[in-house]
Design a protein around this ligand. Structure first.
Ligand SMILES: [Zn+2]
Ligand SMILES: [Zn+2]
Length: 449
C-alpha cells in the first residue's frame, strides 16, 4: 500500500479534459478575455490581445495547427494557454470556453457539452489525437465539481458536504485511473464530474470556500470518500464492489432515520433482497425525502431525468440475447434465465449466472463476477445499478418471451448517497451529521488554510 502524502498547502492539479480515447482531432476555443492570456510553447511565446486571439486547434501532419485572429501557427507537439499574471484569484475568472467536450464517456448518459475552464490549458498530441489538460488550483476544481455533480440549486449544507467528499476522494488518491496519461483525474464520472465554471453561483462558491482545506480522515489518513448517485436505501460495502479488504468507513449502512431501521436488513439474503427491491422503504434517498419532481432541479445538467430510487426496464428475448451475445462474444440462441449467485449488503448483485442455450441447443451458464461486469453486460451502455430482480415473462417451452428488470438505486452505492445526502440536508441535518452518517468513524480535519 502506498503511504499517503497529506498536503500542507493548496495544490495545483492536472485534469484531463479531452483524452486520446475521445479520438478528437479538433476543437473550438473562445477566450472570454484574450488580453489575460499568452500562448506558450517550447520554442516561443505569443502574447494574445483583443486583435490577436485563437479560436481553433486541430491536428495536422506536423503537429497542432492553431488558428484565430492574426494567429496561424503550427506547434510540433505541445503548447499551453497561460494566464499572464498568475493571480491569487480564489474564484474562477476569465474562463476559456472549449467545445466539443464529451461528458459521460461510455455511460448511458453520454453527451457533448461546452466547458468553461479556469486555470491554464495544455494541448498536446497523443496517439494521433488531441489531449487537453486543465492545470487548476484544487479549490477552483472543487467549486466546479460541486455544481457539475449536482446543481447549484442544492442547499448549502449539501454543497459543503459534496465538496468535502470530493476533496477527500481526490487527495486520498486511492484510485489513480490515469497515471499513464500524466494527469491526476479526468473530467468525467469515471473520476469526478468536472464541467468547468459555467454553472457556478455565489451560493455554490460560498459552499466551497466555507470548507476550504477540510477533509475527512480516519486513522491518520485522508478517507477515500467514494460516493454515488443513489444507494437505493442501503449503502454497499467497499469490498463488494472493489477488490481488497473491507474499509471501516465504507461499510454498509441503512440510509434512513433511526426510527425506520430494522434488524432485518440482511439484504445479501435472496428473499430479503427481492422484497427490498420490490418495495419502497423510507430511506433518505426515497421520494419521501426528495420527491422525483424536485430531482430535476437538484441534479447536474447532464443527468437523465428518470427514477433513481426504484426503476424498471424491459427487454424482449431477442434484445437481451443480442445484447449478451454482443457484450460477451457468446453464441446463445436464447437466454433461459438469470441466477442470482451472490449479493452484497445493499442487495446489489456481485455474482450472477446467465443460463442460455447455444446454437447447437446445448445448455450453458455464463458467470458474471462483479458488480461492474453485471452493469456493463446487462445494458447497451451501463446499467443503473446491480441491485435488481429479473422477472421472466411470457414463458413458452421454458423460454421467456420477455424479461422485466426491477431495480434499486443508481451507481455502486458505496459511501455517500448523493440523493440521500440531499434528503438529509433538506431535513435540516448538518454537514458533519451527513458526513458521519455515510462515513462512520471518520472525522473532519482542516489540513491547509
Ligand atoms: Zn477518470
Ligand atoms: Zn441512499
Amino acid at each position: 500500500m502506498v503511504t499517503q502524502r497529506i498536503p500542507t498547502s493548496e495544490p495545483t492539479i492536472r485534469v484531463g479534459i479531452i483524452l486520446p480515447e475521445d479520438e478528437q482531432t479538433h476543437l473550438d476555443i473562445n477566450l472570454l478575455d484574450p488580453t489575460k492570456y499568452q500562448l506558450v510553447a517550447h520554442t516561443r511565446t505569443i502574447e494574445l490581445d483583443s486583435t490577436s486571439t485563437i479560436t481553433r486547434v486541430e491536428i495536422n501532419n506536423d503537429g497542432l495547427l492553431v488558428t484565430g485572429a492574426n494567429v496561424d501557427e503550427v506547434f510540433p507537439s505541445k503548447f499551453t494557454i497561460q494566464r499572464k499574471k498568475q493571480t491569487e484569484d480564489q474564484i474562477p475568472k476569465n474562463l476559456i470556453q472549449i467545445h466539443p467536450i464529451v461528458a459521460g464517456r461510455s455511460f448511458h448518459w453520454r453527451k457533448i457539452v461546452t466547458a468553461e475552464l479556469p486555470g491554464n490549458i495544455e494541448f498536446n498530441v497523443r496517439n494521433g489525437f488531441l489531449m487537453v489538460i486543465d492545470e487548476v488550483p484544487l479549490e477552483q476544481y472543487l467549486m466546479c465539481v460541486a455544481t457539475s455533480e449536482m446543481s447549484a440549486a442544492c442547499p448549502t449544507t449539501f454543497i459543503e458536504t459534496q465538496t468535502i467528499v470530493a476533496r477527500s476522494w481526490f487527495l486520498a488518491k486511492a484510485e489513480q485511473k490515469h497515471s499513464d496519461l500524466g494527469i491526476d483525474v479526468c473530467n468525467d464520472d469515471c473520476c469526478q464530474r468536472y464541467q468547468g465554471a459555467g454553472n457556478l453561483t455565489d451560493h455554490s462558491v460560498e459552499g466551497t470556500k466555507s470548507t476550504y482545506g477540510q477533509v475527512l480522515m480516519y486513522d491518520g489518513e485522508i478517507c477515500d470518500a467514494r460516493y454515488s448517485k443513489s444507494c437505493g436505501g442501503m449503502t454497499e460495502g467497499f469490498e463488494n464492489v472493489w477488490k481488497g479488504e473491507s474499509v471501516p468507513y465504507l461499510s454498509s449502512i441503512p440510509d434512513m432515520p433511526a426510527e425506520y431501521k430494522s434488524d432485518d436488513l440482511s439484504l445479501s439474503d435472496e428473499n430479503k433482497a427481492r422484497d427490498w427491491i420490490m418495495s419502497n422503504p423510507e430511506a433518505y434517498c426515497s421520494p419521501r425525502y426528495v420527491p422525483e419532481r424536485q430531482l430535476k432541479k437538484y441534479l447536474g445538467s447532464v443527468d437523465e431525468e428518470c427514477s433513481y430510487y426504484r426503476w424498471s426496464l424491459e427487454y424482449s428475448q431477442r434484445e437481451i440475447t443480442d445484447l449478451i451475445n454482443h457484450k460477451l462474444s457468446l453464441n446463445a440462441r436464447s437466454i433461459l434465465g438469470f441466477i442470482p449467485e451472490r449479493r452484497g449488503a445493499s442487495a446489489r448483485l456481485i455474482e450472477l449466472g446467465i443460463r442460455y442455450i447455444d446454437l447447437k441447443n446445448q445448455e450453458g451458464v455464463h458467470h458474471l463476477r462483479s458488480e461492474y461486469e453485471i452493469r456493463q453486460v446487462l445494458h447497451p451502455q451501463f446499467l443503473y445499478s446491480s441491485a435488481l430482480v429479473v422477472i421472466p415473462e411470457k414463458v413458452q417451452a421454458g423460454i421467456p418471451g420477455r424479461f422485466k428488470f426491477a431495480g434499486a438505486g443508481w451507481g455502486h452505492g458505496v459511501g455517500m448517497c448523493q440523493i440521500g445526502a440531499l434528503g438529509m440536508a433538506q431535513m435540516g441535518h448538518s454537514t458533519n451529521d451527513i458526513l458521519t452518517h455515510y462515513y462512520p468513524g471518520s472525522s473532519l480535519n482542516k489540513i491547509y488554510s
